[in-house]
Design a protein around this ligand. Structure first.
Ligand code: ATR
Length: 295
């Protein structure tokens, strides 16, 4: 337990809504375990109040912040500086306050890559299929390009968004991604031949746990299947993949490692990932079938 003193520093979560976020639990446990004199608090900030909230972080000397839905993109114009990786992705999920200069970073992409590395998957030269084309898909697609992924297929309910993302990836060192409408029959052979299949859509998230972006018989035994949804921990998508003999990764790993990277940005220290992982899994166990969600 952190002892809050006059000297205790503050880190904020800015989102709307934020009440079900697991980040306060994860980061306060990490600060306590890492001996950091910091406290993490969640703030429900409406879009119209974003500029005022940032002025408040500066005036009150916050160490930094996380940014979540719906502010990750809208916050960029209000920051004093933006890390080039975050600028390329077009989204910020972490802010560091250096002497009243608020600098934005994106740890979703780096956290995602670390989760792959920890699981034992190296994206270099591999074929990946990304389902979805929203903010999470963008961070993941740029991260895979950075890691030398061999080819990308993008599939989205609204194919125009996937085409737009494919255009944004031009120059990122990948062959031009092939785009499909989610569920198109032509996708089946792409899924079957992929090394990694990733769900970045919200399909299957509690309470609509019966939804899944793909029929499980499209999976090939031995391939890697990753669902960014972590509530439930094993979605219908992941359960189907596991039954087909795929290696599966849950979205809790990305939540963990984006948090670990943010911890390092605020403190300059390695994050206590074992503690953070335990706290997250305990919280998910306690709220299984409940509304734990968001960053
Ligand atoms: P995030 O930041 O989590 O990526 P987002 O930017 O709102 O959130 O993107 C949500 C993704 O889930 C999108 O790819 C969205 O598809 P559209 O671009 O067509 O909206 C996808 N998605 C959400 N609900 C869906 C549904 N019922 N069926 C299929 N795709 C869905």
């Amino acid at each position: 337990m952190i002892q809050v003193k006059a000297s205790t520093g503050l880190v904020a979560l800015l989102g709307h809504p934020v009440q079900h976020s697991l980040s306060p639990l994860m980061h306060n446990a990490a600060f306590a375990a890492g001996g950091q004199n910091l406290v993490y608090l969640a703030f429900d900030v409406k879009p119209g109040d974003l500029a005022a909230a940032l002025a408040g972080l500066k005036a009150l000397g916050f160490r930094g912040a996380n940014v979540t839905v719906p502010h990750k993109e809208a916050i960029i114009p209000y920051l004093d500086a933006v890390d080039p990786v975050a600028a390329r992705i077009g989204a910020v999920n972490t802010i560091v306050n250096e002497d009243r200069c608020l600098k934005g970073y994106n740890t979703d992409g780096s956290g995602f890559l670390r989760s792959l590395e920890e699981a034992g998957f190296d994206p270099a030269g591999k074929r990946a299929v990304i389902l979805g084309a929203g903010g999470a898909a963008r961070a993941v697609a740029f991260a895979l390009a950075t890691a030398g992924c061999g080819s990308l297929v993008l599939a989205n309910r609204t194919p125009e968004r996937a085409t737009e993302l494919a255009g944004a990836l031009a120059g990122a060192g990948l062959p031009a991604p092939v785009v499909y409408r989610l569920g198109d029959a032509g996708m089946r052979s792409e899924v079957e031949t992929a090394d990694l299949v990733l769900n970045t859509t919200s399909l299957g998230m509690w309470p609509r746990v019966e939804e899944t972006p793909l029929p499980p018989d499209w999976f090939r035994p031995g391939q890697w299947v990753y669902d960014l949804v972590y509530n439930p921990l094993e979605t219908k998508f992941l359960a189907g993949a596991r039954r087909r003999g795929c290696r599966v990764i849950s979205g809790l790993d990305m939540l963990l490692y984006q948090g670990a990277a943010a911890f390092t940005l605020w403190t300059g220290r390695e994050a206590p990932v074992a503690v953070m992982d335990r706290v997250l899994r305990e919280a998910m166990g306690a709220s299984s079938g409940g509304p734990a969600a968001g960053r």
